[in-house]
Design a protein around this ligand. Structure first.
Ligand code: ADP
Ligand code: MG
Length: 621
C-alpha cells in the first residue's frame, strides 16, 4: 500500500476546530464581544434574532481593521495579540489564539464591515463556510460590525442539537451579563428580536450592576475591598437577607475576565455561613486583580477556569474580605436554624411589616362535606394560624370556580368520605389503613401509622410533595384554572432577564392559576395566585420557578406544566422539621393514599415504607 496520510483541507480543519470554540450561539456572542473589547470599543451593540440561530451581530466603535487585516482575520492562527510564546504570560487581552473568527466563519454565514479610524473607506466582506463570497471597498462607519447568520448551517447534527430559542437566549444573556459586568466603562446595548433588552450607559460598577439587575439591586449591595500583595479584591456582595433560590447573581472576575471557581465560591460561601438559609445562595460580584504571571488561564478557548499559583492564600484573603464587609456593614445573623420550630414564625412571615388583612378561601370547601372534613385541608397540614372557615368570604373571589368544582368534587369526597382510607397502598393491591388507625410523628420527619399487616412509615415532606404535585397537575388540565384573586394586586420586582423568563412560561403559569395584570421590564403585578399558594409565598414561588426553568433540564420535549407542578410542590410542601398536629397527620396520610402514585415523590424518591408484622415478629425471635 502506498502513502495514505493526507493533510485535511483548511475548511475541514476549521470545521473541526469550530466544534471546540463554538458550542452554541452564546459562544459566538462571547468571542465577538471579546474582540470588540480588545479593539478598544467604548460602545458595543449586540443584536440577536431567534436565540442567535438566525442572527448574532456585534457592532463596535473600536479600532477597525485594514483591508488586508479584514481578510486575514478569518485565517486560522491569525491574531494581532501575540507574536511570541512569552506574550502568553502577560496577556491583557481576551483573545490570543486567533481561532475564533476562522472557526465561526467555517460554520456560518459571516458578514463583516470594518473601517480604521481616520480612513475614508472601509471594507465589506462576506464568507460562508470558510468560502469568501465577496470583498469590496465600502463606505462604512468607523469600527467593526460582525453579523453571524445561520449558525451550523452546514452541520445539521449540531444545528438540530440546539435548544429552544428561549434556552439559547438565556445562555446569550448570561454571557452578555458577564461581559457587561466586567466592563462598566463601556456602553452596551442589547437588542432581541427587534426590541432593546438592555441599554447600559457608561458608569461605575455599582451603577452597572443596578442597570443590569434592576433598581432594587442597589439596596442589596455591600462593598468589598481588600488590597494585599497577592491580590486586590473589589466589588460587592449582596446582603444575606437577599439570598436567592437561584445561583443567578454570582460572579467572579479575574483581571476583568469572568471565571468559574468552585474553590473561591466556597470561600465566599463560608463567609456567609450561618447568615443565609440553607438552599439559598448569596449574590456576589467580586473582582480580583492578580499578577497575570501568577495565573494560568486555561488554554482551552471556551474554558472559564483559571489556575492560581497560590490558591490557599487567595481563599483566606477572599473569605476574610467578605466576612469583614459583612461585619462592617452590620449585616448580622437574623436566622437561628436551631430554634424550636414550634416557637418560630414561618420564615416567609419574617421581617415583614404589618400586612393588609387578606381574605383566604378554602379550596376544598364544600358545605355538604363540612362536618366530615375534620378541619385539616389539603393545603394546611401546618400549624400556622389560619383564618377560620366562618371568616372566609368565599363569594366572588374565585375565577373559574365552576369548572374547578366539577373535577375537584370527586377528590374531596374521596378524601373525607370516612375515617377509613381506601386508597391502594401496595401497588394495586389494596390494603386499607385501619379505621382505628392512629398516627404519630417521628422526629418531625416521618408519620407512622398502622395497616392491617403491620405499619407504614411515611416521609412527611415527600408525601406532601406528591399530594400537591398531583393537585397542581390536575388543576392545570382544567381549562380555566382556579385562581384565588388577591384583594390588592401584588407588585413584585425582578430583573429584566427574570421577567423574560416569566413571560416565556406565562401560559403555563396562567394554567396553574397565576394571573398577571402587567409584566413590565422589571416588575410584574400579580392579581391572582393558585389556590394553594398564599400571598406571602408568591415571590418565593416565582423565584424558584425561574431558577428551575433555568436549569438545563429544559430540553425540547419537557413539559412546562410538569416542571411547574414539581416546583410548586417542592416549594410549598411541609418540610422535614415541621411539627404536624394529629388531624394534619391523618389528613396527609389520607390525601397521600388518594393519589395516583403514592409510592414515589414527584422527584422519584420513595415516599413510604411498610414493615409487616411478620418482619417485626422476626426481630423478636
Ligand atoms: P484573537 O481574538 O484570538 O486574536 P480572533 O479570531 O477572535 O482571534 O480575531 C482575529 C483577529 O482579528 C484579532 O486578533 C484582531 O486583530 C482582529 N479582530 C477581530 N475582531 C475585531 C474587531 N471587532 N475589531 C478589530 N479587530 C478585530
Ligand atoms: Mg478573539
Amino acid at each position: 500500500m502506498g502513502d495514505i496520510i493526507k493533510l485535511l483541507p483548511d475548511h475541514v480543519a476549521n470545521q473541526i476546530a469550530a466544534g471546540e470554540v463554538v458550542q452554541r450561539p452564546a459562544s459566538v456572542v462571547k468571542e465577538l464581544l471579546e474582540n470588540a473589547i480588545d479593539a478598544g470599543a467604548t460602545s458595543i451593540k449586540l443584536i440577536i434574532k431567534n436565540g442567535g440561530k438566525t442572527l448574532i451581530q456585534v457592532v463596535d466603535d473600536g479600532l477597525g481593521m485594514s483591508e488586508t487585516d479584514a481578510r486575514l482575520s478569518f485565517e486560522r492562527h491569525a491574531t494581532s495579540k501575540i507574536t511570541k510564546a512569552e506574550d502568553l504570560f502577560q496577556l491583557s487581552t481576551k483573545g490570543f489564539r486567533g481561532e475564533a473568527l476562522a472557526s465561526i466563519a467555517a460554520i456560518a454565514h459571516v458578514e463583516m464591515q470594518t473601517k480604521l479610524e481616520g480612513a475614508e473607506l472601509g471594507t465589506h466582506l462576506k464568507i460562508e463556510g470558510s468560502k469568501l463570497i465577496f470583498q469590496e471597498v465600502s463606505a462604512v462607519p468607523k469600527g467593526t460590525s460582525m453579523a453571524v447568520k445561520n449558525l451550523f448551517f452546514n452541520i445539521p447534527a449540531r444545528r438540530n442539537f440546539l435548544k429552544s430559542d428561549t434556552v439559547e437566549m438565556r445562555h446569550i444573556t448570561d454571557e452578555f451579563h458577564r461581559v457587561a459586568l466586567a466592563h462598566p466603562q463601556i456602553a452596551f446595548h442589547y437588542y432581541v428580536n427587534g426590541s432593546e433588552l438592555f441599554g447600559l450607559p457608561v458608569g461605575n460598577l455599582r451603577q452597572r450592576i443596578v442597570h443590569v439587575f434592576g433598581s432594587k439591586a442597589n439596596q442589596k449591595l455591600v462593598p468589598v475591598t481588600e488590597d494585599t500583595k497577592v491580590v486586590k479584591v473589589s466589588g460587592f456582595i449582596n446582603k444575606p437577607a437577599f439570598a436567592k433560590k437561584s445561583r443567578g447573581e454570582q460572579f467572579f472576575f479575574v483581571n476583568n475576565r469572568f471565571i468559574k471557581s468552585p474553590y473561591l465560591h466556597h470561600a465566599v460561601g463560608s463567609a456567609f455561613e450561618g447568615l443565609v438559609k440553607p438552599d439559598t445562595h448569596p449574590g456576589y460580584f467580586l473582582y480580583l486583580e492578580v499578577d497575570p504571571g501568577s495565573i494560568d488561564i486555561n488554554i482551552h478557548p471556551t474554558k472559564t477556569e483559571v489556575k492560581f499559583d497560590d490558591e490557599h492564600t487567595l481563599y483566606a484573603i477572599l473569605r476574610s474580605a467578605v466576612k469583614h464587609s459583612l461585619g462592617q456593614f452590620q449585616v448580622v445573623p437574623s436566622i437561628d436554624f436551631e430554634a424550636d420550630p414550634n416557637l418560630e414564625t414561618p420564615y416567609a412571615y419574617k421581617n415583614k411589616g404589618a400586612e393588609l388583612p387578606k381574605v383566604t378561601v378554602d379550596a376544598g370547601f364544600n358545605p355538604f362535606l363540612e362536618a366530615k372534613s375534620g378541619g385539616a385541608t389539603t393545603k394546611s397540614y401546618r400549624n400556622v394560624s389560619k383564618p377560620n372557615n366562618d371568616q372566609q368570604a368565599w363569594e366572588g373571589l374565585y375565577v373559574g370556580l365552576e369548572s374547578k368544582m366539577g373535577t375537584h368534587d370527586n377528590f374531596s369526597s374521596l378524601q373525607f368520605e370516612s375515617d377509613t382510607i381506601t386508597g391502594s397502598i401496595f401497588d394495586g393491591q389494596s390494603e386499607p389503613i385501619e379505621s382505628t388507625a392512629k398516627t404519630f410523628q417521628l422526629r418531625r420527619k416521618y408519620i407512622v401509622t398502622t395497616i392491617k399487616s403491620g405499619m407504614v412509615v411515611i416521609d412527611q415532606s415527600r408525601a406532601h410533595q406528591r399530594v400537591l404535585y398531583e393537585k397542581f397537575l390536575r388543576n392545570s388540565t382544567v381549562k380555566q384554572a382556579v385562581s384565588q384573586q388577591l384583594l390588592f394586586p401584588l407588585s413584585l420586582s425582578f430583573t429584566k432577564a427574570d421577567v423574560r423568563a416569566l413571560k416565556g412560561i406565562k401560559d403555563t403559569l396562567n394554567a396553574v392559576g397565576f394571573v398577571f395584570d402587567t409584566m413590565e421590564e422589571e416588575a410584574v403585578s400579580v392579581s391572582g395566585v393558585p389556590l394553594l399558594v398564599t400571598e406571602s409565598e408568591v415571590g418565593m414561588v416565582l423565584d424558584q420557578l425561574i431558577a428551575d426553568c433555568q436549569q438545563e433540564v429544559t430540553d425540547a420535549n419537557f413539559s412546562q406544566t410538569d416542571i411547574l407542578s414539581k416546583t410548586l410542590a417542592k416549594t410549598l410542601a411541609v418540610k422535614t422539621g415541621e411539627v404536624l398536629e394529629n388531624a394534619s397527620q391523618l389528613a396527609l396520610v389520607n390525601d397521600l393514599f388518594a393519589c395516583k402514585e403514592p409510592l414515589v415523590s414527584p422527584f422519584n424518591k420513595p415516599v413510604y415504607v411498610t414493615i409487616t408484622e411478620n418482619e417485626i415478629d422476626k426481630k423478636f425471635i
